[in-house]
Design a protein around this ligand. Structure first.
Ligand code: ADP
Ligand code: ADP
Length: 232
């Protein structure tokens, strides 16, 4: 069962002298209910691949699917719908709205989509990330680790087809990073969430079920059930 798929995806930025081929015909299937990490050095195309899969960026050639939806070829309007209804995002910089409380931030994707929150699921998610006593706090009143846990809850509460996490531990100390990664892993194990995480940190990637290695815009290696020694 496949949650997202890239088929011979090419991505070219710019033209002429300034042309950069960021992806050279990448094909990959991301299984549903799995935690996949995409690793590779800076400039290897990790963010580009994630953005193409998530409908944040268009492909130059090839096809991308999220669930049954063929993402490549969708217009701007349909891409907006896809991002709202089918995918969740976690960013390095948390990207919480500063004027909203933690609870309002968590519920924002549902209110934008005009969906009613399932209170029981909301409570489950909030308890799993350990934010029960921080729901009325605004982002500036929370530590970095707590803010990222709010962002995780916000992604998970909408039960998206796939959660895309771009360097989610990049701004966290190792303890807060480990908490966030444990939460991501348990949301996969316990709730069947599908997660795709971009990272250049081998320690972070070792939380995943599968690691895909990119170099110069190509998949060069892959590991199942990685240990941190194997990823390094
Ligand atoms: P990574 O996430 O692995 O660091 P990126 O996907 O950000 O790699 O970048 C892959 C390549 O594409 C790099 O050579 C980068 O300079 C280039 N690139 C990324 N985004 C753009 C852009 N908007 N315009 C031009 N080149 C870009
Ligand atoms: P964590 O265990 O999430 O890493 P810390 O140990 O950094 O949290 O912070 C302990 C407490 O201090 C947190 O519960 C939080 O409420 C508060 N706190 C941390 N950073 C900030 C901040 N920048 N502004 C306001 N309060 C903060």
């Amino acid at each position: 069962d496949v949650a997202a798929r890239a088929v011979d995806v090419w991505k070219v930025y710019g033209s002429g002298e300034a042309q950069v081929v960021a992806l050279h015909g990448v094909s990959v299937e991301l299984e549903r209910g799995r935690f996949t990490a995409i690793m590779g050095p800076s400039g290897s195309g990790k963010s580009t691949l994630m953005h193409c899969l998530a409908g944040l960026d268009t492909v130059t050639r090839g096809e991308v699917f999220v669930g049954d939806t063929r993402v490549s070829g969708l217009g701007d309007r349909a891409l907006t719908d896809l991002r709202r209804d089918k995918v969740g995002f976690i960013f390095q910089q948390f990207n919480l709205l500063p004027t909203l409380t933690a609870e309002e931030n968590i519920l924002l994707p549902l209110s934008i989509a005009g969906r009613k929150p399932d209170r029981q699921w909301f409570d489950t998610v909030v308890d799993t990330v350990g934010l029960r006593d921080r729901l009325r706090h605004r982002p500036t009143q929370l530590s970095g680790g707590q803010q990222q846990r709010v962002a995780c809850a916000r992604a998970l509460v909408a039960r998206p087809e796939v959660i895309f996490a771009d360097e989610p531990t990049g701004n966290l100390d190792s303890r807060s990073g480990a908490e966030v990664l444990s939460f991501l892993r348990s949301s996969v194990r316990e709730y069947g969430q599908t997660i795709v995480m971009v990272t250049h940190d081998a320690g972070a990637a070792s939380y995943a079920d599968r690691v895909i290695f990119l170099a110069d815009g190509r998949i060069v290696d892959e590991l199942r059930e990685p240990t941190s020694e194997a990823v390094l």
